[in-house]
Design a protein around this ligand. Structure first.
Ligand code: FES
Ligand SMILES: [Fe+2]
Length: 402
């Protein structure tokens, strides 16, 4: 028996997931559970794609920094005195201690182990007692830099120094959500959690209009019925995709009044206000946009069956100035918490089901158009990576290049 699921037959079968939705099947369960596949996925996706690490306003002032970790890589993001936001590895170039933890404001990064000092731009500025070390050139040492791109106030990094820019490939998504003016939206809260399921289980759940009227049936959700879901076509070159779900009344919001209780984002059109919009930039960013509240999920894979996520809330500029804001916000969060608890219960049990010998290659409803879009994003990347590693692969070039 082969020790790895990674073989030609396995990858050839992915083509069945990239068919049109009425013919497509879900991906093989091993894509959500298998350690070899996760290692493959790191090179197929996470080493190539733009990865969201946070919001630019997390590093508002010079000296502000935060740390994060994705697919095992510790990262530090800092705004230097020149105002430029940079991302770099947090791994000290002496003996690999991490130079920063958490977040804060600093003049530079002093490695706690032997006190090598790095500037906010990552350059090594001091290394004590290294004067007898032959051919040690302090000026050539720096925390390894990573490419950074800003998009609507979100910060993305890329491990590939040759990566194509992200923003031009998100035009369709950016145009559809322009009314929310996310660049100027204000952060109301961020929570970080650890979850015992594959990152795609989370991504797919957040993109699933089919379950809205079933799992979440009740007065906190019925105004966004599954049958009003729509899925605009994405161009294969797009880096993201959209889902719309019309609502039964304008300015619908997840709370017992079913209507916006915070100030509505001021530039929204009547069309925006008559629907909820879901915008996705795989593999790390998923947005839920409502008239008074934008929820963003920053997903970080940590293993084949584990992930970490920042769940953040953005509100209209000035919304938090109203003295009643904390009470209104609490009401929204209580309702959202109930809906999220239903999703989390499902996510945990889906992961269990995916581990089963009886896990299906399931079929899709028309209301799962976003799963189809996700597969159209994933499968060509998986197949192209498999062909890079294994040039003899017999997967069809058409599928890999799609
Ligand atoms: S490991 Fe950082 S100074 Fe030694
Ligand atoms: Fe849900």
């Amino acid at each position: 028996m082969p020790s790895s699921v990674l073989n030609d037959a396995f990858f050839t079968s992915f083509e069945r997931s990239a068919l049109s939705l009425d013919r497509a099947e879900t991906l093989p369960a091993a894509c959500y559970t298998d350690a070899d596949f996760y290692a493959f996925e790191k090179s197929a996706l996470f080493d190539q794609e733009w990865l969201c690490v946070g919001r630019e306003d997390w590093v508002k002032d010079p000296g502000d920094y935060f740390t994060t970790k994705i697919v095992g890589e510790p990262i530090v993001v800092a705004r230097a005195r020149d105002g430029v936001v940079r991302a770099m590895s947090a791994v000290c170039q002496h003996r690999a201690m991490l130079v920063a933890e958490g977040k804060g404001n600093t003049r530079g990064f002093v490695c706690p182990y032997h006190h090598w000092v790095y500037g906010l731009d990552g350059r090594l500025v001091n290394a004590p007692a290294m004067e007898r070390t032959c051919d040690f050139d302090k000026a050539s040492v720096r925390l390894p830099p990573l490419k950074v791109e800003r998009w609507l106030g979100f910060l993305f990094i890329n491990f590939d120094p040759e990566a194509r820019p992200l923003t031009p490939r998100l035009k369709t998504v950016a145009d559809a959500i322009a009314g929310y003016d996310l660049e100027h939206a204000e952060s109301a809260s961020v929570m970080t959690g650890q979850f015992a399921w594959n990152w795609k289980v989370m991504f797919e759940n957040n993109n699933d209009g089919y379950h809205a009227s079933k799992l979440h049936q009740g007065p906190l959700h019925d105004f966004v019925p599954s049958e009003l879901a729509s899925f605009p076509d994405a161009d294969p070159n797009d880096a993201g995709f959209l889902r719309f779900n019309a609502t039964l009344h304008p300015d619908a919001s997840f709370n017992p009044t079913q209507r916006a209780v915070l100030p509505v984002f001021p530039k929204l059109t009547a069309v925006d206000r008559g629907r909820m919009t879901f915008a996705n930039v795989p593999p790390t960013l998923s947005l839920v946009l409502t008239s008074d509240l934008v929820i963003y999920l920053i997903l970080r894979a940590t293993g084949p069956e584990t992930m970490e996520q920042d769940t953040g809330i953005l509100v209209a500029p000035g919304a938090q100035d109203d003295p009643s804001f904390p009470h209104r916000f609490e009401m929204l969060m209580t309702s959202a918490g109930k809906i999220i608890a239903q999703d989390m219960h499902v996510d945990a049990l889906v992961q269990e089901g995916l581990r089963s010998r009886f896990a299906p290659r399931g079929r899709y409803s028309w209301q799962e158009g976003a799963q189809g879009q996700f597969n159209q994003w994933l499968v060509p990347r998986y197949l192209a990576a498999w062909r890079r590693i294994n040039p003899e692969a017999s997967v069809s070039p058409a599928a890999a290049a799609e």
